[in-house]
Design a binder for this molecule. Structure first.
Ligand SMILES: Cc1cc2nc3c(=O)[nH]c(=O)nc-3n(C[C@H](O)[C@H](O)[C@H](O)COP(=O)(O)O)c2cc1C
Length: 429
């Protein structure tokens, strides 16, 4: 049975991350493609995420020896081969056969981080077993006992880095899911059946293959115990209310998780200050790819002030990164690493591990090439001075970043010297 419609040879016609979307649109049933591609309400944040990278142009330096370049990054004591990783994506195993494993294996092979989503359909233990440096993303369950049980499970499975996503206190308004007939669990209807039958490669190579080999997929990792099946006429998924969760719950997690702890979904520097103050090891500035609050600010616009607030705590970014130049702009504004979501999901869907490896190579080749043209041989040479702001907003950001980075660089890099300059404002500790 041919499981992927795109062969290795055909992959060569995919020249950039955006090219994957066109092929995935044809391959995936409409509700599944819509779930991956979609965002909230008017797609304003989705569009602005991309547009925000155009706020900056590069200032190149010439006649520099760039014959030996390295894009490696050290984070939480690990050396990664490139400054980008795979963002957590729920339901990856519905997009691609054994999707989470496909993403994890390709990431390992390329020595980049992959964050396994908590809303996944493969047991987290199976992914941890196959990963060299596994990161797990959890949504906080509603009750303290459930949080503790889930974290114990993640630790026992061998995950090293724990990412807690905090930008989903309530369900987002994803009208596109309603329009395309997507829900979790999926409801068996004539329309859904037709969506499947009219996409036979996906139906046979992904869905039926999973059913035959592994049984009906369930939400495996939202809690310490198994959740609802992905397809059911009547089961209601237990998405416990997260509306009452507060920093106290993060404090609890910090107490019980000894490894690197990363908070994902921060856009506000005051939140960053609180997170740093309670001891997180990393921050991912993200608006969830525009999938939560429509109109929430593009992460690139607030990155620099969060970097300033976080001091020595590494700050990462996702949402809208599609090009090597995007990654390098984020790095110039202080990001340590960026994460990419949708394109890796599409790549896994249409060509499995080979597709994800191809996507990783495309992005990494872009960064390598761009570094040469920028006149740098290591990523720590990216700084705000390499950017030319294209509007007033960006000019303010660059000027402040130049001043702040000067101050941060003057602080010796030791734990004691961690500077959380806005802590006084947070009112916590
Ligand atoms: C299909 C899909 C599922 C996602 N599921 C999760 C998830 O389970 N947990 C999470 O923290 N973020 C989730 N996200 C958000 C991504 O981790 C990331 O923030 C976003 O995709 C980045 O934007 P980009 O797709 O423009 O690169 C999901 C995104 C997509 C596209």
């Amino acid at each position: 049975m041919k499981s992927n419609p795109v062969t290795n040879r055909q992959l060569r016609s995919i020249l950039c991350l955006d090219d994957f979307e066109l092929k995935a649109r044809k391959f995936l049933p409409r509700p599944i493609f819509g779930y991956v591609a979609g965002a909230a309400e008017t797609n304003a944040s989705l569009a602005q995420n991309r547009a925000s990278f155009q706020d900056y142009s590069f200032l190149t330096t010439t006649m520099v020896d760039v014959s030996k370049r390295s894009q490696s990054v050290t984070l939480f004591g690990k050396v990664y081969a490139a400054p980008f990783g795979i963002a957590p994506m729920g339901l990856s195993a519905l997009m691609a056969y054994r999707g989470d494993l496909v993403l994890a294996r390709a990431a390992d092979r390329a020595r980049i981080p992959m964050i396994m989503s908590g809303t996944s359909l493969i047991r987290l233990e199976d992914v941890a077993r196959e990963s060299l440096s596994p990161w797990f993303q959890a949504y906080l369950p509603g009750e303290e006992a459930q949080i503790i049980a889930l974290i114990d499970r993640v630790r026992n499975a061998g995950f090293e880095t724990l990412v807690i996503t905090v930008d989903t206190p309530v369900q987002a308004n994803r009208e596109n899911n309603v329009r395309t007939g997507f829900s979790t669990p999926l409801r068996p209807t004539l329309r859904l059946a037709w969506d499947g039958i009219s996409h036979p490669s996906w139906l046979c190579g992904t869905f039926l293959r999973t059913l035959v080999k592994h049984g009906m997929p369930h939400f495996e990792n939202n809690y310490a115990t198994r959740g609802a099946p992905i397809l059911s006429p009547n089961v209601v998924r237990d998405i416990s209310d997260r509306g009452h969760l507060t920093w106290e719950h993060m404090r609890l997690i910090r107490r019980i998780w000894q490894g690197p702890l990363v908070i994902k979904g921060i856009l506000n520097k005051d939140d960053a200050a609180i997170a740093c103050n309670l001891g997180v090891d990393g921050i991912i500035v993200s608006n969830h790819g525009g999938r939560q609050l429509d109109g929430s600010v593009p992460p690139l616009r607030v990155l620099s002030e969060i970097v300033d607030t976080a001091g020595q705590v590494p700050v990462m970014l996702d949402s809208g990164v599609r090009r090597g130049t995007d990654a390098l702009k984020a790095l110039a504004l202080g990001a340590k690493m960026v994460f990419v979501g949708r394109p890796f999901g599409y790549a896994a869907a249409i060509a499995g591990e080979a597709g994800v490896s191809h996507a990783i190579k495309l992005l990494s080749d872009e960064i390598f090439r761009d570094m040469g043209m920028l006149g740098i041989h290591a990523l720590d040479q990216m700084h705000p001075g390499r950017l030319v702001p294209m509007n007033e907003l960006a000019a303010g950001i660059v000027n402040k970043a130049k001043a702040d980075r000067g101050a941060i660089n003057a602080v010796p890099n030791t734990n004691e010297s961690r500077t959380f300059r806005h802590l006084d404002k947070s009112g916590i500790r």
